[in-house]
Design a binder for this molecule. Structure first.
Ligand SMILES: C[S@@+](CC[C@H](N)C(=O)[O-])C[C@H]1O[C@@H](n2cnc3c(N)ncnc32)[C@H](O)[C@@H]1O
Length: 254
């Protein structure tokens, strides 16, 4: 039944890195940049910068916005296993498309995920997974509501919603305010968006803004509640002076 619903609303797309993603007819957008590639994008824009910046911590709580095909969650576990890291990982991931998550045990993931196939199956069947090192929880429903129910404090946010044009309510000042409220004081956030309006929404919620560059990849954004050394810092006050028209997005606009 779940695969039947999927066939109507989504199409499988092959990305340039050889991995598969979906195209959402509802949001008129692919789930990943087909040029950067689903696995490559996930590892380079979210997983690697986050886990490298947090490599001194032995326990991390990650907010994965939103689960989708689960690439960001599964790439995190793949990366940890591949590098033989002992870090304990707890991932909380809002998602309102239950049919999509339930269909993932038959999705064609890359061979890199072979060693975590049992986790993919469990998440797809139970919407959760837990062992001694990893805990994954899908928060079924609207992310704007489920985020208000989270009691844990977050170390890392993967901000990977559909684009601000197609899914604006997951990019507003108020959304980032609610995200910030559950973050630890040294939390970081990764996102593919480099738009001034999005960076302003983060900046107005106390995040410092940095450019993240990776090989064979369009640059992206790392935001942090503490100043970070060694990253390309963006002075948002200067940006505001140079671009006086720029505004963060607000709930009331949509
Ligand atoms: C770009 S995709 C996420 C891709 C995912 N991070 C991955 O790596 O596969 C965006 C996801 O957000 C979900 N979504 C959109 N609006 C939502 C909302 N208000 N609450 C919960 N999920 C939402 C969509 O169903 C979709 O699965």
């Amino acid at each position: 039944m779940y695969n039947e619903i999927l066939r109507v609303q989504k199409e499988v797309v092959l990305c340039d890195d050889g991995t598969h993603t979906l195209y959402s007819k509802e949001f008129d957008e692919p789930y990943h940049s087909t040029k950067d590639g689903a696995l490559h994008e996930s590892l380079e824009k979210h997983v690697k910068p986050s886990l490298i910046l947090k490599s001194n911590q032995n326990k991390l709580t990650i907010l994965d916005i939103c689960f989708g095909l689960g690439y960001n969650t599964f790439s995190t576990l793949y990366y940890i296993k591949k590098n033989n890291l002992k870090t304990k990982i707890h991932i909380l991931s809002p998602e309102f498309d239950e049919a999509l998550v339930r269909s993932l045990d038959t999705f064609t993931f890359p061979p890199e995920f072979d060693s975590i196939q049992h986790i993919i199956k469990a998440v797809s069947q139970n919407l959760s997974y837990e062992d001694e090192q990893f805990k994954v929880e899908i928060l079924l429903g609207d992310a704007r509501k489920s985020i208000l129910t989270i009691n844990e404090k977050i170390d890392i946010v993967y901000q990977d919603a559909f684009s601000p044009v197609h899914n604006p309510l997951l990019w507003t000042y108020e959304w980032f305010r609610d995200v910030r409220a559950i973050c630890k004081e040294d939390a970081i956030l990764t996102t593919y968006s480099t738009a001034a309006a999005i960076r302003l929404g983060l900046y107005e919620n106390d995040f410092y803004i940095f450019v993240h560059r990776a090989e064979m990849m369009r640059y992206s954004t790392v935001a942090s509640l503490q100043m970070l050394e060694g990253l390309e810092y963006i002075d948002m006050e200067l940006k505001k002076i140079r671009n006086s028209e720029a505004r963060s997005m607000r709930d009331e606009d949509f």
